[in-house]
Design a protein around this ligand. Structure first.
Ligand SMILES: *Cc1c(COP(=O)(O)O)cnc(C)c1O
Length: 299
């Protein structure tokens, strides 16, 4: 048999599929000369807020920035503990450490998402917040997590980097907590031409703080009200993300079909493929399965 090498990731194919529309995006943006913080960014933010079902969205440079700025705007910092999942990309824990807080792990359930009962066991007088991660696009058990948060007066930062297009009991991921933090990295379901991210929230004060913080703390050109950073989603990426938002449904349908194919075709008892629960719609950015002998399964 001939070996066929199928690259795990090949972004060149995406370009060939979208070439005409992407080049039109570049042309529109460059012809207008609108590159940074122009009305197109507001349009993008409004569309995302509507899609996710949140009051506000704010475009940023990355999902990691969204996590850090969300926590900073919520007043989390040195001396605070944030309970999060030990199964994630390193940026979840990294963002907590970077703002000076202490990450505390609560273990996951069989579905790879943080266990609300384990969260409760890890709460101390220093606990300030919970950061569930919607791992592989499966929304964590938000009803139970919000319940723990309410009873213990904790903030909730949703690491929704993988959750675009995923729902829990009919509600979009990222719309449950105080803030929802999304990534538009090329490997996410809704992706930019490079890095990008955004944060959603219903809280007016939080979004105002982050709006200042992402733009050097500038309320106006010559009025600096706090020391911020530069984390503004580029207009070119806002334009591309808007175009790709229109394609997202099709992208997700394809991923969901592929996940079902794996479920149909790999039926060995030694392999566990997490099923979708009735109250979930998973956009399947990944499908992580467990196998007794991974290497022979791969072969
Ligand atoms: C991708 C990802 C991030 C980081 O997002 P960036 O946009 O790459 O900064 C954070 N958390 C999780 C779970 C991710 O998958």
């Amino acid at each position: 048999m001939n070996d066929i090498k199928v690259p795990f990731i090949d972004l060149r194919i995406r370009y060939q599929e979208e070439k005409t529309e992407l080049l039109a995006c570049v042309e529109r943006v460059l012809e207008k000369g609108h590159l940074v913080l122009t009305p197109e960014l507001r349009d993008f933010e409004a569309r995302i807020a509507e899609y996710v079902g949140a009051k506000h969205c704010i475009g940023l440079n990355s999902g990691t920035d969204a996590l850090m700025m969300g926590m900073m705007a919520l007043g989390i910092g040195r001396g605070d503990e944030v309970i999060t999942s030990p199964i994630s990309f390193v940026a979840s824990t990294g963002s907590i450490v970077h703002i000076g807080a202490t990450p505390v792990y609560a273990d996951v359930r069989d579905d790879q998402n943080i266990d609300p009962a384990e969260i409760e066991k890890r709460i101390t007088p220093r606990t300030k917040a919970i950061m569930p991660v919607h791992w592989t696009s499966r929304i964590a058990d938000m009803d139970a997590i919000i319940d723990v948060a309410r009873r213990h007066d904790l903030l909730v930062i949703e690491d929704s980097a993988q959750a675009m297009g995923s729902y829990y009991k009919g509600k979009h991921g990222g719309s449950f907590g105080d803030v929802g933090c999304f990534s538009a990295h090329p490997l996410k379901n809704l992706n930019a031409l490079g890095d990008g991210g955004f944060l959603v929230t219903d809280n007016d004060a939080i979004v105002e703080k982050i709006r200042l913080y992402r733009n050097h703390g500038l309320a106006e050109r010559d009025t600096c009200v706090l020391f911020g950073v530069n984390s503004r989603l580029d207009i070119l990426n806002a334009e591309v993300l808007l175009f790709r938002l229109g394609r997202l449904k099709g992208v997700i349908e394809k991923r969901r079909r592929n996940a079902d194919l794996y479920r149909e075709m790999i039926t060995a008892a030694e392999v566990v493929i997490p099923a979708e629960k009735p109250h979930e719609v998973n956009s399947n950015i990944m499908l992580i399965i467990r196998a007794e002998d991974r290497d022979s399964l791969q072969a």
